[in-house]
Design a binder for this molecule. Structure first.
Ligand SMILES: Cc1ncc(COP(=O)(O)O)c(C=O)c1O
Length: 502
């Protein structure tokens, strides 16, 4: 008879769990860091993040063999991490397209990280994820039939749109690309203007289309894609045996905020059976301003849409959203297929014997994530707090900020407007009378920008327009109004004066 060997790692006696990580004292721990967080959100005093050598020295160290305990971590958070945090929420910060969350979404995210840690299971977090996705769709004017998912950001939201497009292109040729791979898709091509955000280049690479599959279409004088060139490029590619996968339209380009002619691009795409994806990661919510809404055309007819709650909605960073008109393409592209190790039965909406008996609402096959936080909780919290009206007012106010900068720039002889604002970005530069040399203007504007940022009251970023360096404030921060628009121009002028340039 075979005798079982004793298991060398089984404990001899049952013992209670011993764990070095704290599983209690939440209120006490939060109380320890809350005053520092509150102080940070006032953005007062010098910007500690710039003192990199000091905070690095305080934080760097070898992997501790013995943990230092809860108090040591809280002290480091309170004294080093929080006070030296990145001030992207400061009212004067207009760099890139990013900001920090307002109070309620930040608090909701904390609540969600503790109570709704897995968004697929039937908890309020799961339900609010689905509800918030619906609300975002409604807000931007997409019908309830669009399906999708919250994502980690605009990068992933665009990736999802293009994954669905790739599936669609394959199925037109009778191939399930998600299952079979790309081999049966001859020379796949994606079309976008030269201004398209580089996450689209990356998505083409990740999806196996290849970055070279992205065909960059020149722009017309209004800095929108040249529609004739787009048509010609697709038709030439098709004649050469290529497979057009998608046309990507920027619903608010990241450089100047131009909204491309989405309707016309869709018509060109659809006339050839090609998918139209719109990247509204930055400018999707711009449609809430009735003055520019007509530029977006009929969004109900596009095939997929990316929009980023962690930008203009100021949800905590880590929250984008992708919507697809026919969610089946996305689901077939991303399907997990049945797995034995987890109960995937879709839920009904009644009570459960246990929340672990069925998964919650939402389609796990329209997401890239398996384990995932309930990102929609913060979005729901913000929309419940300020409503569609609050978002509309924010967007209109920010559009007005960009127009205010443009007015001030036009009125000043030593400033040059480099692109008329469409949404909430206004690109301009210092151009002293008599200076026409591009290299000199570039050097001057770079110096001005660094000088402005070093003072820290106004923090714009820059871009290039037709190769020329431009100072580029982008207003999406809920803490901003016309005063910050004026501040940005005043700070640029002050720096130019201090540099003796004007
Ligand atoms: C137009 C556009 N698309 C995509 C992205 C990428 O989004 P994320 O940074 O959330 O990945 C951005 C970011 O600024 C953007 O402005």
């Amino acid at each position: 008879m075979l005798r079982a060997k004793p298991n060398p790692i089984a404990p001899a006696e049952p013992t209670a769990a011993t764990e070095s990580a704290s599983t209690d004292s939440l209120a006490e721990s939060l109380a320890e860091i809350l005053p520092a967080l509150e102080r940070f959100t006032r953005f007062e005093g010098p910007d500690g993040a710039a003192k990199r050598t000091a905070w690095r020295r305080a934080l760097d160290g070898p992997l501790p063999e013995e943990g230092e305990g809860r108090e040591a971590v809280l002290a480091a958070l309170r004294d080093v991490v929080i006070p030296n945090g990145l001030r992207i929420g400061a009212p004067g910060f207009t760099g890139w397209v990013t900001t920090s969350p307002t109070t309620v979404p930040a608090v909701a995210q904390l609540a969600g990280s503790i109570t709704a840690a897995q968004r697929w299971w039937a908890t309020p977090g799961n339900f609010l994820e689905v509800l918030a996705l619906r609300w975002v769709a409604r807000l931007v004017g997409l019908p309830d039939t669009f399906e999708g998912s919250f994502t980690s950001g605009g990068s992933t939201a665009n990736l999802l749109g293009l994954a669905a497009a790739r599936q669609h292109a394959g199925e037109r040729l009778g191939v399930d690309v998600g299952l079979e791979g790309l081999a049966a898709l001859p020379s796949p091509r994606v079309y976008a203007s030269t201004e398209v955000h580089h996450v689209v280049h990356r998505a083409c690479g990740v999806l196996g289309l290849g970055r070279k599959a992205l065909r960059l279409v020149p722009m017309d004088a209004a800095r929108r894609v040249d529609l004739g060139a787009l048509e010609r490029l697709i038709d030439t590619d098709v004649r050469a045996g290529a497979t057009p996968v998608a046309v990507v339209s920027s619903a608010g380009d990241v450089n100047t905020g131009v909204v491309e002619p989405i309707d016309a691009m869709r018509e060109i795409a659809h006339a050839r059976g090609v998918w139209l994806h719109a990247d509204g990661a930055y400018g999707g919510f711009g449609v809430l301003d009735p003055r520019v809404a007509p530029l977006y055309g009929d969004l109900t007819k596009i095939d997929s849409f990316a929009v980023d709650p962690h930008k203009w909605m100021a949800a905590p960073v880590g929250c984008g959203a992708a919507f697809v008109r026919d969610g089946g393409f996305l689901a077939r592209a991303l399907t997990l297929e049945p797995a034995a190790y987890v109960e995937m039965a879709p839920t009904d909406t009644g009570d459960l014997g246990s929340p672990f008996d069925q998964r919650g609402e939402g389609n796990i096959d329209t997401s890239l994530d398996h384990s995932a936080p309930a990102r929609g909780l913060a979005v729901w919290a913000l929309l419940k707090e300020i409503g569609a009206k609050g978002m509309r007012e924010r967007v209109v106010r920010h559009h007005n900020c960009a127009r205010r900068v443009a007015e001030r720039v036009r009125a000043h002889p030593a400033l040059e407007l480099m692109a008329e604002p469409v949404l909430s970005i206004c690109c301009f530069r210092v151009k002293p009378a008599g200076v026409a040399d591009e290299a000199a203007l570039e050097a001057l504007n770079e110096k001005v920008l660094l000088a402005v940022r070093a003072k820290g009251r106004a923090v714009p970023s820059h871009t290039r327009i037709d190769g020329r360096f431009a100072i580029r404030p982008c207003f999406i921060n809920p803490r901003q109004g016309l005063a910050e628009a004026d501040l940005t121009v005043d700070e640029v002028l002050a720096a130019a004066r201090e540099l003796g340039a004007i």
